[in-house]
Design a protein around this ligand. Structure first.
Ligand code: 2IP
Ligand code: CA
Length: 366
């Protein structure tokens, strides 16, 4: 099997492991309350008065980093995530959360973060060290090609361990009756992993895992998963029987500016306010919406890289809102990823689309 195919399989398997951890952490209310802690002021998303950092978040990120490193040691230093893995307990001690060489050692470390709660530490460590097969991933694994090729040393990786943390914590479910799109709640939670070329800054391979997709027997959650690969002329993704809506649906943030909303409405676009950058992006990729437009600086590179690869593999993409609406060339307006850049915020907002015509229609309005 070629390297890129092997890496894609690793990303799919570890995204499922991440989804398992996310599900396990939500099962027990007491455990869940215990896992939540506040972010320090300088880590906060500017939009939120208060944001959450959970051990689940950090643990998932470190698990993804660890498992990628096991198969591709050369990528260990190239994996970056949203979260800071330095965790503080109630006593003010600081612990660096990392995955150890055995279940016992990881449990020992987690125990320290969990105020000596051995049961919980072992439960989590068991998930972290569980072997996940391709057949465990909720995606048609027979469709994952064996011949994807890339220069592994040219790759950088972005992880968002749990996107839409607020929905992960608050749960619930609000669905738009006409489109079936989820406006908030657990469906909007995603695990995002994306690889990009350090040389061009373009995304190449991405996985989006939705841990809370359907609920069986009213209790047990099952997830779903998407992937995309795009390297020049070789493009492929897991989405085939996509829905083709004819309603000009644009997904926006619940905090979008009123002036942007009125412009879209005047141009006969149906606007839907939904949570989760990853959820909005995968809804565009799967054809439930035509675009995701954001005029603000409230997303980061890790929110986009994974789903961006999927959109690119479909002939779509993500451009900077400010640049593209002020006449900057398409090529220069494309959101790119950099390994050296410390600027991780998507300052100029974004427009994500699957069909170039949708982008052109939107640019005509602004
Ligand atoms: C958030 C999350 C929010 C989104 C915000 C992201 O990531 O996806 O839902 O805001 O831009 O950065 P909105 O829902 O208004 O689009 P996280 O949950 O990881 O902080
Ligand atoms: Ca996010």
């Amino acid at each position: 099997m070629k390297d890129a195919s092997r890496l894609l399989r690793v990303l799919l398997r570890v995204s499922e492991k991440a989804a398992n951890i996310a599900r396990v952490c939500r099962q027990d209310k007491a455990l869940f309350a215990l896992l939540v802690q506040e972010k320090s002021a300088d880590e906060k998303n500017p939009r939120f008065f208060q944001d959450f950092k959970t051990l689940a978040d950090v643990l998932i990120q470190e698990t993804i980093r660890h498992d990628i490193g096991l198969e591709f040691p050369e990528l260990t230093g190239a994996v970056r995530g949203e979260e800071n893995n330095v965790f503080s307990n109630t006593l003010g001690e600081t612990i660096t959360v990392k995955i150890c060489s055995s279940l016992q050692k990881t449990a020992e470390l987690l125990k320290k973060v969990l105020d000596d709660d051995e049961t919980v530490a072992e439960l989590l460590s068991k998930e972290v060290h569980r072997d996940i097969e391709m057949s465990d991933v909720p995606v048609d694994s027979t469709n994952v090609p064996m011949d994807f090729e890339v220069d592994i040393s040219d790759l950088g990786i972005w992880i968002d361990p749990i996107d839409s943390t607020a929905d992960y914590i608050n749960g619930g479910e609000v669905i738009d009756d006409t489109t079936g799109l989820h406006l908030s709640g657990l469906r909007c939670v995603t695990v995002l992993i994306g690889a990009y070329f350090k040389s061009s800054g373009l995304p190449v391979m991405g996985v989006v895992n939705q841990p809370f997709f359907t609920q069986e027997n009213g209790t047990e959650w099952k997830g779903t998963c998407y992937w995309g690969f795009s390297n020049g002329s070789s493009s492929c993704c897991s989405i085939h029987n996509e829905e083709d809506n004819k309603n000009k649906i644009v997904l926006i943030s619940r905090s979008e500016n009123p002036s942007i909303k009125s412009k879209l409405s005047e141009a006969q676009f149906q606007i839907i306010e939904a949570a989760g950058a990853g959820y909005k992006l995968i809804s565009v990729a799967s054809g439930k919406a035509d675009a995701y437009l954001l005029s603000k600086n409230s997303t980061y590179r890790w929110d986009l890289c994974g789903p961006h690869s999927i959109l690119l593999s479909q002939g779509g993409g993500i451009v900077d809102f400010e640049k593209s609406t002020s006449g900057v060339d398409y090529c220069d307006a494309i959101i790119r990823y950099s390994h050296v850049d410390t600027k991780v915020c998507n300052e100029g907002g974004l427009i994500a689309f699957k069909k170039k015509k949708t982008l052109d229609d939107l640019l005509n309005i602004f």
